[in-house]
Structure formats: C-alpha cells, structure tokens
Design a protein around this ligand. Structure first.
Ligand SMILES: [Mn+2]
Length: 305
C-alpha cells in the first residue's frame, strides 16, 4: 500500500487536500493508496469542507511493506510519525530548505517546486494523468480551497500562474460561486476566533533565523479581516505565544485589506523583523504594506544572510 501523508503536528487544507486527492488519483490509476495522518487539523479545514467527508484515515496501522508519499512537507524532522523515512518513494512540496536532501535521496521523484500551493502540484498530476475532467466536484473543491488558502486569495507573492490556472479549472469544475473566497475565508476566521489560542498553537513553527542562537516561535493566523482580531485579541496572541517560547512573533494575515500585521514583544525580534519587512512598530504591532506568509518571511531572511 502507498500511504500519502504529511507533517506531524498539524495539517492545513493544503496538506489535507493533497493527501486525499493524490491518494484518490493513485487509486484511479490502479495503484492502491490510502490518505492517512495522525496530525491535528487546523481551521483552514472548515466545517463545510469537513462535511465533504473525504477519506483521510486517522487510525491507519502501517504495514511492513508500505511505501510513503509525502505531500506539502519536506522537512524530514517533522514527518508524520507513521512514516518510515527509508520507505519514502516521492515528495510533492513547495517549502524551501530540503531540496538537495531529497534530490539526493529520490532523484526525479522529489518534486519540490515553489508554487503557491502544493495542491497545484497534485492538480497537475491529475492533468498529466489525463484524469482532471473526471475528477469529482468535491475533490475539485478541496484542491481549490487549498490553493485559495495557501496563496491567500492569490495575493501572496509566492502565487504563480500555475496556481491561477489550476484554480480556474477547479472552480469551474466544482461550480463554485464568484464570492467563494470571501465565504471560505470568513468561515476560517469564525473558526479561528472561536478558539484563538488553539488556532495559534496549531499554526506555529519553530524556525531558524539569521543571528539567533535559539529558534524563533513563529505563529501565524490567516483571517479575512484582521482589524477586529487586533482590537480585541492581542492579549490572547501574546499569552499564547509567550507560553510556548520566550522568543516569539505572530504574523496576522489579513486577506481583505491585503496586509500582514506583525505582533512581537522581544526587542531582538523586533530589530530583526522591522528592516526585513520594512515595517515600524507601534508598541507590539507593526503593519506591513503587503501580505507576508511565514514561509516568505523565512525565505526573505535566508536570502539576505
Ligand atoms: Mn502548503
């Protein structure tokens, strides 16, 4: 059996959609596959999407001869605990850092490409297999949501024309309404605010930053409109992240106004992020003139060092 899976701690809609829809494609092509994950699901997997009941196994027992495909992840230190690393046969991801590691191990089966969503890579697999036209509507909807979410409604700078082309096909195929982005992201925001601490903990990564001995605890939430969140929830953001690590920062991504709001308290963190994003702090909050994804911040940091 081929097990399609992703990261250990939590999965977002991109990882979820990739696991489910790639396993579906492999089965369609006569290769027995199962989507499986032991991770928590974050708020980007909305109630409406969960209600589609895509088959993602949370209780899968690994067999000795299972092989693994990793999607939306390439950091070998945070693979789902299901994974036996030596049995990985393919990677589809869009994060930086481990390109050479997997190229050495997997050769042409390592597909790490800097598109906006890993879901775009999976969609292209459907196209290459000549199966896109027979895709279920629900499958198209999951992939479309993943592309919207990971590209922040195409406003993130990592967005490529490949993401736009994939979304255009998928939205039409799933017959999504024109205002579907607002509908989707508003549902995400409502879920996030219903338990902000948990949402933040489920979307926090510890990243190595230039000039820091310790890793930075970098929380991120993506909402439709951040203004209310910042007016009422700053204390929650502060207490949640400072409870995880002394060296923390939050990236509050506001899609409707196309901006990132950076929250930080530690002076060293502020002194690092302010020139990197060309922002100025007013107390603990700084407003960027554009959207930044966490992975874009990490990339910008590595490029200047
Ligand atoms: Mn992704």
């Amino acid at each position: 059996m081929i097990v399609v899976t992703s990261g250990a701690r939590y999965i977002d809609i991109d990882a979820y959609a990739c696991c489910v829809t790639y396993a579906e494609l492999l089965n369609l092509l006569g290769k027995p596959a199962v989507a499986a994950s032991t991770a928590a699901w974050n708020e980007s997997i909305t109630g409406s999407l969960r209600a589609l009941n895509a088959p993602l196994r949370t209780d899968y027992i690994v067999q000795q001869d299972d092989q693994f495909i990793i999607v939306d992840l390439s950091d070998p230190t945070i693979l789902d605990p299901l994974v036996v690393e030596d049995h990985i046969i393919e990677i589809l991801d869009h994060h930086t850092t481990f390109e050479q590691y997997w190229a050495d191990k997997l050769g042409k089966n390592s597909h790490i490409e800097f598109v906006g969503a890993a879901a775009t890579l999976v969609f292209e697999k459907w196209q290459q297999a000549g199966k896109a036209e027979v895709m279920h509507k629900e499958t198209a909807e999951l992939l479309a949501a993943a592309i919207l979410d990971n590209t922040l409604n195409f406003r993130a700078s990592i967005t490529t024309n490949r993401d736009k082309a994939a979304y255009s096909f998928l939205a039409q195929h799933a017959e999504l309404p024109d205002d579907w982005a607002a509908v989707y992201f508003t549902e995400c925001q409502t879920a996030i605010l219903s338990n902000l601490s948990e949402a933040l903990r489920n979307d926090t990564k510890f990243v190595q930053i230039t000039g820091f001995d310790e890793k930075l605890c970098l929380g991120q939430i993506v909402v439709w409109d951040a203004k209310g969140v910042l007016a009422h929830e700053l204390d929650t953001i502060r207490s949640t992240l400072s409870g995880m690590d002394e060296t923390w920062m939050a990236n509050v991504v506001s899609i409707a106004d196309g901006k990132s709001y950076i929250v930080a308290q530690n002076e060293k963190v502020k002194a690092w992020i302010a020139p990197l994003l060309h922002i100025t702090f007013n107390g603990t909050v700084a407003t960027a003139d554009r959207l930044w994804l966490r992975k874009e911040i990490v990339k910008a940091d590595s490029e200047q060092s």
